[in-house]
Design a protein around this ligand. Structure first.
Ligand code: T4K
Length: 397
């Protein structure tokens, strides 16, 4: 098949398929929770469902000091405040969602962008040390797509230079590394439970700290700094999760293992079907790692594939496939950061390249394998023809 219009006609899906879809718990079970909430009239502020959710989550995650939050962004802000990081610099990745550097900005901390590893797409430890200055307070790496960072190398650098490590683990629910929860690494980790995440409480998140004292401080800070009715221990914020979200989370805990298993099958189908498409590569499985398959990124090498990422993305849209370019453009290009010396594209060559090549394909447990094979068929067919043609004229990303 030569003509792009014919390819689009052949592969167009009858219904839109999005990059993700949340797992919905049984409505009847949720209504039972709602009935309890109605009877108790206890809606938020450390209610019984909140307490039960935090306890069960802690067991599931194999982590002792879990505090649930209204979202991951506020949890990251509280993480910085917990470690008293409110000035100076923090080294982080440009290949992330805006929330990661934004929380630094809100805490009056200057982000210092560090390039990423071409295989894991996470912070490249070999590039961190040259960015450390007397102003550096911490490292804020992201386990992008749930792939573990090189946690050992990062910790070695942090120990040598006396730096804190806060992991943005927004994508890393249930990920394990060397037999341990990924949340066991660093000073603090933060998970996101947004609707687009593998595990969701609609909006929500959790902060995993290391000690009882730290957890106590986190819990004060997420509740305005209130210690008791007459004592404010510090300038806290409102980071609380409510009972409705906690109920949703309790039900999600029963579904998440199956969702991971199903996503793994989807990922295997993608891998198998894309294996022979020249110029398209996926993430490699890492040794001693249990992934959660929360995203399925591919990199499109235009020269080898025969079409660039943006054109493929447009063709997919025409075919009702709503993939996403997470994370393009790099957040270092945003006007609030682009003047920083570390934001210079010349200093971030790997991140710059990957941001122009990446597409996150749809992945969720309920995604039909026939649909996955059709998406791969489309990708393969586009690669077999060369150049941009009339079918995309006038269309922009
Ligand atoms: N750190 C990192 C590394 C992050 O990726 C994020 C968030 C954070 C920190 C901050 O976490 P939170 O403070 O949000 O807890 C989404 C999410 O809004 C965002 O939470 C997430 N990362 C980011 C990667 O993705 P958008 O703008 O792409 O979402 P949206 O609304 O376009 O949704 C994407 C697709 O998901 C839709 O096309 C359809 C599907 N969807 C979405 C929603 C909201 C559903 O099926 N149901 C839904 O309810 O940002």
């Amino acid at each position: 098949m030569e003509n792009l219009a014919e390819i689009i006609h052949e592969y167009k899906l009858s219904e839109p398929v999005y990059v993700t879809q949340p797992v919905m718990p049984a409505l009847e079970g949720y209504v039972e929770h709602l009935t309890g909430i109605w009877e108790r009239r206890w809606l938020t502020n450390n209610g019984p469902l909140h307490q039960e959710f935090e306890r069960r989550l802690s067991e599931y995650l194999d982590a002792d000091h879990v505090s649930v939050f209204c979202n991951a962004t506020i949890a990251l802000l509280v993480a910085l405040e917990t470690l008293r990081i409110d000035s100076g610099e923090v080294i982080t990745t440009p290949f992330t969602f805006p929330a990661t550097p934004h929380v630094l900005y809100w805490n009056r901390v200057r982000p210092v962008f560090c390039d990423i590893d071409p295989v894991t797409m996470n912070l490249d430890p070999s590039k961190i040390e040259s960015l450390i200055s007397p102003e550096t307070k911490a490292i804020l790496p992201v386990h992008v797509y749930g792939t573990p960072c090189d946690v050992e190398a990062i910790q070695r650098i942090a120990d040598i230079h006396g730096l804190h490590v806060i992991y943005d683990a927004a994508h890393a629910f249930a990920v394990r590394h060397k037999g341990k929860s990924i949340l066991a690494y660093g000073d603090i980790s933060v998970l996101s439970f947004h609707a687009t995440k593998l595990f969701t409480t609609i909006e929500g998140g959790a902060l995993i700290s290391r000690t009882d004292v730290q957890r106590k401080r986190v819990n004060f800070l997420k509740n305005f700094g209130i210690a008791d009715e007459e004592t404010i221990i510090g300038p806290g914020i409102n980071g609380k999760m409510n009972e409705f979200q906690a109920a949703f989370g309790l039900m999600q805990l029963q579904l998440v293992d199956q969702e991971i298993r199903q996503r793994r099958e989807v990922a295997l189908t993608y891998r198998e079907a894309l294996r022979h498409v020249a110029g398209v590569t996926g993430l490699e499985e890492l040794p001693e790692t249990e992934l959660n398959y929360s995203y399925f990124p591919i990199l499109v090498d235009a020269d080898r594939y025969g079409m660039n990422r943006d054109d493929l993305f447009l063709v997919m849209r025409r075919c009702n496939i709503f993939a996403r370019k997470y994370f393009y453009p790099l957040i270092s290009h945003a006007s609030c950061y682009s003047a920083l010396p570390s934001a210079s594209p010349a200093k971030l060559p790997v991140a710059e390249r990957i941001a122009t090549q990446v597409i996150c394909l749809p992945i969720y447990g309920a995604l039909e394998h026939d649909t996955v094979r059709r998406i791969c068929g489309l990708i393969a067919a586009c690669g077999r023809r060369q150049g941009r043609d009339a079918a995309l004229a006038g269309t922009t990303c």
